[in-house]
Write a protein of this length. Structure first.
Length: 621
């Protein structure tokens, strides 16, 4: 093919492409023109100033739109806040309503189309004063369109989707949230209960019935943390406050009683409690809480009666908020022993009695014991300690620290150093978080303690025991550990009998004692399972014994070594052990002394390990 032919074909292709593009543009234009021709109204939704929605058997709901596009409900009650998003969608659907097909004009047989009693009528007025009204009747046989009637008597087909956008009840047209705070950042919280009992004459401090009791005030400080401002001062529990604010800020209502005759019927005269939220630069908004909703048979239905203090309507809301309300003035106070985050902790210095240990957070290996040296860290144990610290809460606040509290000579002291403590290149450095456990109280039932925020609190004996750990707690406790599938040889001596098991070609054989066999190849499973993860229950001596006879390790009850293989080469074969099990502990018949090359020292293992080994050998004949 020559260049001339190629050029002609290229020009032809361009002409065809241009023609196709022009044709599709023309067809698209025709379609747009066709759709525009179907529209009933030439105005856009922004010119609508009034809309009234009349649903069958329901009171009309009406709203007005100002020049800025904000909606205000006028019917049935001007105090109802409008859901602007839904009213916008309704206005768009009304302004864009299309006549899909004209059915008839000026007929008197409206019942044929269920337009004698419309299921929905929408009336509106524009900024120019134009008044419109559309009534909707039955759905036509294809279920795609609905019969509709204009003000001039024309019956036409309207899209079912457009009808559904306008067929909105008051519960959807109103703002769903009890308080109109949107997503604003709340900076102040007030809570108070209303005193409902009879105040004793001798108790002048109690309020009169129907009056508020103690008002608890929490404010967000410049550092973004919630702090109690009244009647106590101090750091608040951030999680509790944030959860309560979220529940109230985004609480929705249902079953509105627009004009309640007697607030006492709903437990709101007086209310049970008041919650006031305030966002920066905006007036406060108050939610009043009443009683739980009741069914006709007197049983609780689960909903909670409440009302926005600014409006007369009573509503039903989620009662979950009741679980978050404080019972005492100090209930919002930060009572957790550890309130700081653990995400950025770089190192921990733990001191409890003779235990003095430092752990560092390694990005690849997790927590590593750096002092004392030679300790392999038990990651699960460290995680469990953190979980305990996060869960522990103080049981009262005795005030400022005093010498008798023993906090200057703590029995337990935990220092959490954060990543930016030692990084001079970082600006906003975070100081260490320090937890102290001091002296016991006179009755020995509690201990004085200092939270990581510097506040003195109290812990009971069990709480203190839960975070008082020996060095052994932090170290790995494996005396024998291996992959069960990789075992190729086991050398075992127990009760004076020596056993050697080998697996030369995928099948277990008894090499010693000679002449013995296994009833089944699976008979070894129980033995391998018992030996695959032997851990120490306690440490008896941190150093190797100078006299093995002291622990019965010179003539052990059992000794076992396991050979594992990860491949065919000799370099990939390793022997684990021997694990040597001695005599029972004098103070615990269910514990035996044991040693292993995996850990220095003497440890205790359960008697059950020997029992499992003996049981697994019963099938050797």
């Amino acid at each position: 093919m020559n260049f001339k032919t190629t050029g002609v074909l290229l020009l032809l292709l361009m002409a065809l492409s241009s023609g196709y593009w022009g044709m599709t543009r023309y067809e698209a234009g025709k379609q747009v023109h066709k759709e525009e021709a179907k529209r009933l109204f030439a105005f856009g939704p922004e010119v609508l100033r009034e809309i009234e929605v009349r649903r069958i058997d329901e009171a009309p709901v009406a709203a007005t739109q100002n020049n800025e596009g904000a909606w205000d409900i006028t019917k049935p009650n001007a105090n109802i806040e409008a859901n602007g998003i839904v009213w916008d969608r309704l206005g768009i659907a009304l302004a864009g309503l299309a006549n899909e097909r004209t059915i008839v004009k000026n007929t008197t047989d409206l019942a044929k189309y269920s337009l004698d009693k419309p299921v929905l009528t929408v009336a509106a007025k524009t900024a120019s004063g134009e008044e419109i009204q559309i009534a909707f009747g039955a759905v036509e046989p294809t279920q795609t369109f609905r019969y509709a009637l204009t003000k001039d008597g024309t019956i036409f087909l309207a899209a079912q989707k457009a009808f559904q956008e306008m067929d909105r009840p008051l519960s959807v047209l109103r703002d769903p949230y009890v308080l109109s705070l949107g997503k604003d950042d709340v900076t102040r919280l007030e809570f108070a209960r209303f005193w409902s009992g009879k105040a004793p004459d001798a108790d002048a401090n109690r309020p009169d019935p129907g009056q508020e009791s103690v008002v608890i005030v929490v404010e967000k400080a410049a550092d973004g943390l919630w702090r109690l401002a009244s009647p106590l001062e101090g750091l608040a529990n951030q999680d509790v406050i944030n959860e309560l604010i979220k529940q109230v800020q985004f609480a929705t209502g249902s079953k509105y009683i627009e004009d309640p005759k007697n607030l006492g019927d709903y437990g709101l005269n007086p209310p049970k409690a008041r919650i006031t939220l305030q966002a920066a630069g905006k007036p406060p908004q108050t939610l009043l809480l009443g009683s739980l909703e009741s069914t006709g048979d007197g049983k609780k239905a689960g909903g909670l009666y409440a009302k926005n203090a600014a409006y007369p309507a009573v509503l039903v809301t989620d009662p979950t908020v009741l679980n978050l309300l404080p019972r005492t003035p100090d209930a919002f106070r930060e009572a957790r022993l550890l309130s700081h985050t653990l995400l950025d902790v770089q190192s921990i210095h733990y001191v409890a009695g003779e235990t003095d240990i430092t752990l560092e957070n390694n990005a690849d290996k997790g927590w590593i014991v750096t002092a004392p040296p030679g300790v392999d860290t038990d990651q699960v144990a460290v995680s469990n300690l953190f979980a305990t610290l996060k869960a522990l809460q103080g049981r009262g606040f005795p005030g400022d620290s005093k010498p008798e509290f023993g906090l200057d000579r703590p029995v337990v002291m935990i220092t959490l150093n954060y990543l930016n403590n030692t990084d001079s290149g970082l600006k906003d450095k975070q100081p260490p978080a320090i937890i102290r456990i001091g002296a016991p109280t006179e009755d020995k039932m509690q201990y004085y303690a200092m939270q990581d925020n510097g506040i003195v609190t109290m812990l009971n004996q069990l709480d203190v025991t839960a975070i008082t750990k020996p060095l052994f707690y932090f170290q790995k406790k494996n005396l024998m550990a291996f992959d069960k599938a990789s075992v190729t040889r086991i050398v075992l001596t127990i009760d004076g009998t020596a056993y050697v098991f080998e697996k030369p070609r995928g099948k277990w054989l008894v090499k010693e004692p000679t002449g013995r066999t296994l009833d089944s190849p699976t008979d070894m499973d129980a033995l391998i399972k018992a030996l695959s993860s032997v851990t120490a229950d306690a440490v008896e001596s941190a150093t190797p014994p100078s006299d093995r006879a002291t622990f019965g390790l010179d003539a052990p009850a059992a000794s076992v070594a396991v050979t594992v293989s990860k491949g065919d080469s000799a370099s990939e074969i390793a022997t684990i052990g021997p694990l040597v099990i001695g005599e029972p502990s004098p103070d615990d018949s269910q514990a035996r002394y044991a040693t292993s090359p995996l850990l220095p020292g003497v440890y205790r293992v359960g008697q059950s390990l020997l029992d499992e080994i003996r049981e697994s050998l019963k099938n050797i004949r």
